[in-house]
Design a protein around this ligand. Structure first.
Ligand SMILES: [Zn+2]
Length: 313
């Protein structure tokens, strides 16, 4: 055996050892991914149960729609959209009882926030082209998050996220402000996920990052109660100050960016009313100067994108 040949054999053996080590690590790393997958399968099964709930809701849909359409007409002279977008389903809220006693207070907070009514009103304005509907499932997750699941076409809202908002609300001394802060952030998070759901179910084009688009729609919806947007902005500022930022390579904007974007659109929706956002130096004047323009652009874009799916004009 020549010396060169021996060296080549030793080299190949070494490569094999390194490769085996790498594959082992790779596989071990994905063990947790398998866990996630099985958890996801369980959630999928849960959703099937939830979708049965939607059947009941569908039966009362005409009745609910009639009530809200009458209410909306009375308030703003809204007309039914005569083009009739396909609308066999509903957004609907479902609360899974928390299994951990420590999360029960947060389940109570979620149940008391008025999401059922809110989502019912949403169904009057927007079509849901999926007959199974879009469940909004409040549940214990084991982690802090709210997300739209593209596979099950459902929104999951974790009680742990409500807990996080509650912990962060300690930023305020005033009890009413704390309660508003928690409610505001729950609504912002829900609206953000509804935006993801709409982008998916309507197959909307998105120019730029979807996370920015979802924040923009959530902020637009929130301008009807601007102090909620303010609380949501503050939430991102606190997260940043706690060093809880997403990775630079992630798909979410940095928390400080979300803070300024939220304030900019809120201020831009009506600078005369929200002048204090700039006056009190939450938003620098250099950014504020363009915010009305930013708001008008975002509002026009979302109006045009959602218009075919609106049931009332
Ligand atoms: Zn998102």
């Amino acid at each position: 055996m020549s010396k060169n040949y021996k060296i080549a054999v030793i080299f190949l053996l070494l490569v094999n050892v390194v490769l085996a080590g790498y594959l082992y690590t790779y596989h071990a790393g994905y063990k947790s991914y398998d866990d996630l997958l099985s958890k996801h399968e369980k959630q999928t099964a849960d959703f099937k149960v939830l979708q049965a709930e939607n059947e009941y809701l569908k039966q009362s849909k005409e009745q609910i729609r009639g009530q809200y359409a009458a209410l909306l007409k009375e308030r703003g002279g809204l007309e039914q959209n005569t083009t009739g977008p396909s609308d066999p389903g509903n957004f609907y809220v479902y609360y899974v009882p928390a299994t951990s006693g420590s999360l029960e207070p947060y389940e109570e907070l979620a149940r008391g926030a008025g999401f059922d009514e809110y989502v019912s009103a949403f169904n009057v304005v927007f079509a849901v082209p999926l007959s199974e509907g879009i469940p909004v499932v409040f549940t214990q997750c084991g982690f802090e998050n709210a997300y739209f699941d593209q596979n099950t076409k459902g929104i999951v809202f974790c009680y742990e996220l409500v807990e996080l908002f509650t912990t962060m609300s300690a930023f305020y001394e005033d009890e009413t402000l704390r309660a508003d802060y928690i409610t505001a952030n729950m609504f912002f998070a829900l609206n953000h996920e509804i935006a993801h759901a709409m982008i998916d179910i309507y197959d909307l084009p998105v120019v730029g990052m979807e996370e920015d688009a979802a924040d923009q729609l959530a902020t637009l919806i929130g301008t009807s109660k601007a102090e909620y947007n303010f609380h949501a902005a503050i939430n991102y500022r606190i997260l940043d100050s706690l060093g809880r930022n997403p990775d630079y390579f992630g798909d979410h904007p940095l928390n400080e960016e979300r803070y300024y974007n939220l304030l900019c659109l809120t201020y831009g929706s009506d600078p005369a009313i929200h002048y204090d956002i700039v006056y009190d130096e939450y938003l620098p004047a250099t950014r504020a100067a363009g915010c009305q323009g930013e708001f008008e652009q975002v509002e026009k874009s979302w109006d045009e994108l959602l218009s075919p799916y609106k049931k009332v004009k």
